[in-house]
Ligand binder design. Structure first.
Ligand code: KIV
Ligand code: ZN
Length: 521
């Protein structure tokens, strides 16, 4: 007998690969400006995300610039650029991540019969040759190469094994097997990884990765099942943003692993106290509100309404809470500031909320705070966050709302007079409409003429009470282009005008980019 204590296996490290800026941004209407992408990347880098997929460099000059700038600035994360199985894509991705401390080329090709037959018009052997050539090309440019089998979950396993073996031989260091159309079930997904890892020569030296879409609401469950099957990297997005029903949600994965360590013997490097901040930022810049009952970061995720639950939580939080709100960066709503609060207190509050602004932006925020405190009795943390988010959204906009007057009430038609700053000039227009929002949008349209269709108009209150700030989201569609905008103000109509103008500004940028790409090609 010895006195040695039995060794317990350390939890396996799971790499978190965030693709909010690539797969998330592909979500219709979620496109972000360069400045917004840099802000998101900064938070992801600080919170411990292992790999940030910063974009698809060949897609546009804007995408290239975003990936390249993020690559230069990131301090911790590996920066990945996506590339189709095309030499020009791979070279462009390599160029974009070349200046990163640690860069990665992520290249993919479809492997399922349905994609080969109807989209690629290639046979299986041709695809194997493409894998050899393209992964080899990427590996000549950089040591860190990820290869993805698009639509892996609808690919026959024996052929998928041949593809994976080919990619490994060509130099791939990470193999990703995506559930591209969100079709898999957890058992199937786990078994796929276990089989491939058992059968493919060389699999032991490779990191396997999961990438799940949420078409059947199974993305997080499938991701965790893939990890049970042997994968050690999870691809996911903040708020589950992504194509169609979205990708697996980063915050849900991180907190599931952290909360259920008893049955999920893994750990990630993500600091969960950043989750709420990251969620709010992505929601703001993408213009996608977070549903109230969204796990981890929804407004109601830690709210207890029923008497029995409230009673339990007051006596002992763990009666109904499996996570602490502060662990994910949720602060309890506190009455913070009023119109007598000065610069010093405001600066301290901004620090507490993790909002760092340069001197000019700070002065601007302070002025807006004073203005808000004059109009609103209680200024809560959420109000200050909304105010700063609104300010960030407006900064850099070509056209801005300066003032709005609306005549509304029971006697139609309602009328709006709006003044906007266009190229440094103030322009005023007046319009009627059926309802005050319609009248406001008509007046804006006279200043910024367009043919875009309004496909979403949504209002929610930042805090409680009739003097709460309204946060408005607007989505516009124009000839296949989609843009979202958001605005906040104690006046719902002013918030609506800001959101509408923000979406129009984004559409204008997209039009200019599209024109640039057409002219360049
Ligand atoms: O869903 C998917 O298959 C993808 C690949 C490009 C990795 O996003
Ligand atoms: Zn995807």
């Amino acid at each position: 007998m010895t006195n040695e204590t039995p060794t317990v296996d350390a939890p396996a490290e799971i790499k978190i690969f965030d693709t909010t800026l690539r797969d998330g941004e592909q979500s219709p209407g979620a496109s972000m400006t360069l400045e917004e992408k840099l802000q998101v990347a900064e938070v992801l880098d600080a919170m411990g995300v292992d790999i940030i997929e910063a974009g698809f460099p060949i897609a546009s000059n804007g995408d290239f610039e975003a990936v390249n700038t993020i690559a230069k600035r990131a301090e911790n994360s590996v920066i990945a650029g996506l590339a189709r199985a095309v030499m020009a894509d791979i070279d462009r991705a390599g160029e974009a991540v070349r200046d990163a401390r640690r860069g990665r080329i992520h290249t993919f090709v479809s492997t399922s019969p349905i994609h080969l037959q109807h989209q690629m018009m290639k046979n299986q052997d041709e695809v194997l040759d493409i894998i050899t050539a393209t992964v080899g090309r990427a590996r000549n440019l950089i040591d860190d190469v990820e290869w993805s089998a698009m639509d892996a979950t609808r690919t026959p396993l024996d052929y998928l094994c041949r593809c994976v073996e080919t990619a490994i031989k060509a130099g791939a260091t990470t193999i990703n097997l995506p559930d591209t159309v969100g079709y898999a079930t957890p058992d199937e997904y786990r078994a796929m990884f276990a089989t491939i890892m058992e059968k493919v020569p060389g699999a032991d030296d490779i990191t396997f990765s999961v990438h799940c879409h949420n078409d059947l609401g199974l993305a997080v469950a499938n991701s965790l099942a893939g990890v049970a099957g042997g994968a050690r990297q999870i691809e996911c997005t903040i708020n589950g943003l992504g194509e169609r029903a979205g990708n697996a949600s980063l915050e849900e994965i991180v907190m599931a692993i952290r909360t259920r360590g008893d049955v999920l013997p893994y750990h990630t490097n993500v600091d969960p106290s950043y989750l709420m901040r990251a969620s709010k930022l992505v929601s703001t810049v993408a213009g996608f509100p977070v549903q109230y009952n969204k796990a981890i970061v929804g407004k109601n995720a830690f709210a207890h309404e029923s008497g029995i639950h409230q009673d339990g939580v007051l006596k002992h939080a763990e009666t109904y809470e499996i996570m602490k709100p502060e662990d994910v960066g949720v602060k309890s709503t506190s009455l913070v500031m009023g119109k007598h609060s000065g610069r010093h207190a405001f600066r301290e509050k901004m620090k507490e909320l993790g909002l760092e602004l340069g001197q000019n932006a700070f002065e601007d925020a302070f002025r807006r705070f004073k203005d808000l405190a004059d109009r609103k009795k209680h200024v809560y943390d959420e109000d200050i966050e909304a105010l700063v988010e609104d300010q960030m959204a407006i900064a850099g906009e070509a056209v801005k709302v300066i003032s709005l007057t609306v005549i509304a009430g029971t006697s139609a038609p309602q009328k709006a007079i709006v003044t906007m700053e266009v190229d440094g000039r103030h322009v005023t227009e007046e319009a009627q409409g059926s309802g005050p929002v319609d009248a406001t949008f008509n007046a804006v349209k006279q200043i910024m003429p367009h043919e875009a269709r309004l496909s979403l108009y949504q209002v929610h209150a930042v805090t409680e009470g009739t003097d709460a700030q309204a946060e408005v989201s607007v989505r516009l569609e124009d000839g296949g282009r989609i843009a979202s905008g958001r605005g906040a103000d104690v006046d719902t109509l002013v918030a609506s005008a800001k959101a509408y103008v923000a979406a129009l500004n984004k559409l204008a940028i997209k039009r200019i980019h599209a024109q640039g790409v057409r002219e360049a090609s």
